[in-house]
Design a protein around this ligand. Structure first.
Ligand code: HEM
Length: 530
């Protein structure tokens, strides 16, 4: 054997490194010139197939405005990963999400959004999802909504008591982190509806079981891991170390206790023949739910669905509530119109306390403010990716081949002039009131805040009921202004808008990852004379 083949370890390492570099270059060249997405513009690293653009956005929590900037630069189609395309052409809503359309399965990005067993959100296969959703749907039906209202009202009473307590302590005015308080409220509502009782956070005025860091770690880790599935363990470990996860244990215990207690109550009611004594809420419906083979949901399945409702329904509703309050308070003309409408409705006897869902739906200007909030500050700004099936698919006039992941970001799409007109960037509730019936249909079709098609949010009606009742009630009982930033104010973070602009006048510090969370939403609150 020649001595040149028996090279030194250094030569071996060099040879290996050379081969690796050659492979990376060949792969990057293939990805840039030959990949089916080679003609789609986008950041260089995505076109070279190196990935990581979405991962960096997820880690920095600046997804929405960075993606908007890419679409401003490259147009309706942007390649954001080796195999991933973001689309903002209006025709794509139907082409990607339509019921019964060719595109069916979710992309693997969603795979980590599960608790212990696959939740609805994390079920990738269209067919498996359709079966699972059939079982869960009765728990979120329109018929049940009216029965849920009294539990939502009870949470509002806790909110009023908490605010009144702080205002009395402050001698008639209090500086309150409305961000946290509205999240406590949304969590307590899910507690009432899906766990059989409120978690008591609003009443306590603080996060008694460290739920908030747990929820943040869960969604942040799921989103980040979805962009780099191979690194899931490391990323999850890192995030839970950083953000804490003791709330996980508390939540598991709460879900277990809730189901056990309700099963006990059901047994007692059956024995005494008093079925009316059982609360008619989401938990009861989940316990009564059936699998496709007719077998009842197991205790584990009920717990998973209750936990999913908390994961999917508390951040989203509180983000929307904060944004709604902020858009109204920020503009004195809008604030006055909302209050005039409310007072008129009270004077005319159209509404009374507690404000019902039906009555709140008649506040047309308020409802337009809610729609405009859902449009400009969608709780989920991330793209909602789906897999192109066998044979490929045409999306907004462009062909994509099998296996490509395509999706639309509600945040970016809602700001496109082609979808919402030349003033798409502006908060203008009137657009929903002035539109003709046909225009309104188009506006509604383009509103992706709750998703679209067969994967549309199952809790949409619950969330809208909650916001329609509670936001006008809160505005009627209390007067709000943003706490000005100063060296003595409680703010620690700079102001940052939902568009990523650093602005001292912004009422919060906004992030943009899976959720568009607002941090430090401090308001000065007083009671109104009513
Ligand atoms: C303003 C409030 C809400 C917003 C903006 C919102 C938004 C969304 C979005 C964007 C999706 C995902 C669609 C997709 O991946 O394509 C979703 C799914 C889901 N949401 Fe909501 N949501 C809200 C409130 C709620 C509430 C209150 C609950 C439960 C009590 C809930 C439970 C769920 C569930 C279980 C899913 C998965 C549905 C499925 O895949 O079949 N959401 N939501």
């Amino acid at each position: 054997m020649s001595s040149s083949l028996l090279s030194s370890p250094r030569d071996t390492v060099l040879a290996l490194a050379g081969s690796l570099a050659a492979a990376v270059v060949a792969y990057a060249a293939w990805s840039f010139f030959l990949h089916p997405l080679a003609s789609v513009p986008g950041p260089l690293r995505a076109r070279l197939g190196l990935g990581g653009w979405s991962t960096v956005r997820a880690a920095k929590r600046d997804f929405g405005w960075k993606l908007a900037a890419l679409h401003d630069r490259y147009g309706d189609f942007v390649r954001i990963g080796r195999n991933d395309v973001s689309v903002v052409a209006p025709g794509a809503v139907q082409d990607i999400y339509k019921y019964g359309g060719p595109i069916k399965d979710k992309s693997p990005f969603y795979q980590f959004f599960k608790v212990t067993k696959p939740s609805l959100l994390a079920t990738l296969s269209h067919d498996e999802h359709a079966l699972a959703r059939r079982g869960v749907s009765p728990a979120f039906s329109m018929h049940l909504l009216v029965e849920l209202e009294e539990f939502v009202d009870a949470c509002f009473d806790d909110l009023c008591a908490q605010l009144e307590g702080q205002i009395n302590k402050g001698g008639g005015k209090a500086t309150v982190d409305m961000g946290d308080l509205l999240q406590f409220l949304a969590m307590d509502v899910v507690g009432e509806l899906a766990f059989g009782r409120s978690f008591g956070l609003t009443k306590a005025g603080f996060d008694t079981s460290a739920f908030l860091p747990m929820l943040d770690a869960y969604t942040a880790s799921s989103c980040l891991s979805g962009t780099q599935p191979w690194a899931r363990r490391v990323l999850h470990w890192w995030l839970t170390r950083r953000l804490g996860s003791s709330g996980n244990v508390a939540l598991g215990q709460k879900a277990g206790q809730a189901v056990a207690l309700r099963l006990d109550e059901l047994k007692q009611a059956q024995e005494s023949g008093d079925a009316d004594s059982i609360r008619r809420d989401i938990l009861s419906k989940l316990i009564a739910a059936k699998n496709p083979d007719g077998s009842p949901f197991s205790v584990e399945q009920v717990k998973v669905q209750a936990n999913s409702a908390l994961g999917a329904g508390s951040d989203t509703t509180s983000i929307t509530f904060r944004a709604l309050l902020a858009y109204i308070v920020a503009d004195p003309a809008v604030y006055k119109k909302v209050m005039d409408e409310l007072e008129h409705a009270f004077d005319e006897g159209i509404i009374e306390f507690p404000i019902s869902h039906a009555a709140g739906s008649k506040l047309l200007y308020f409802q337009a403010c809610l729609k405009e909030t859902l449009r400009l500050h969608p709780a989920v700004p991330w793209i909602l990716p789906r897999v192109v099936p066998k044979g490929g698919a045409v999306i907004a006039g462009r062909f994509f081949s099998e296996g490509v992941n395509v999706g639309m970001s509600p945040f970016v799409f809602h700001r496109r002039t082609k979808a919402f007109g030349p003033d798409a960037h502006k908060f203008r509730p009137e657009r929903w009131l002035e539109a003709s019936d046909d225009e309104k249909k188009a506006l509604e079709r383009n509103l992706l805040t709750f998703g679209s098609g067969n994967r549309v949010c199952v809790g949409k009606n619950v969330a809208l009921m909650e916001l329609t009742k509670l936001a006008p009630s809160l505005l009627y009982r209390f007067k709000f202004s943003f706490t000005p930033r100063s060296p003595s104010s409680p703010h620690k973070l700079p102001g940052r808008t939902v568009d990523g602009k650093v602005d001292e006048a912004a009422p919060w510090f906004c992030e943009s990852q899976w959720f568009a969370h607002q941090r430090e939403f401090f308001c000065d609150v007083e009671e109104r004379a009513v």
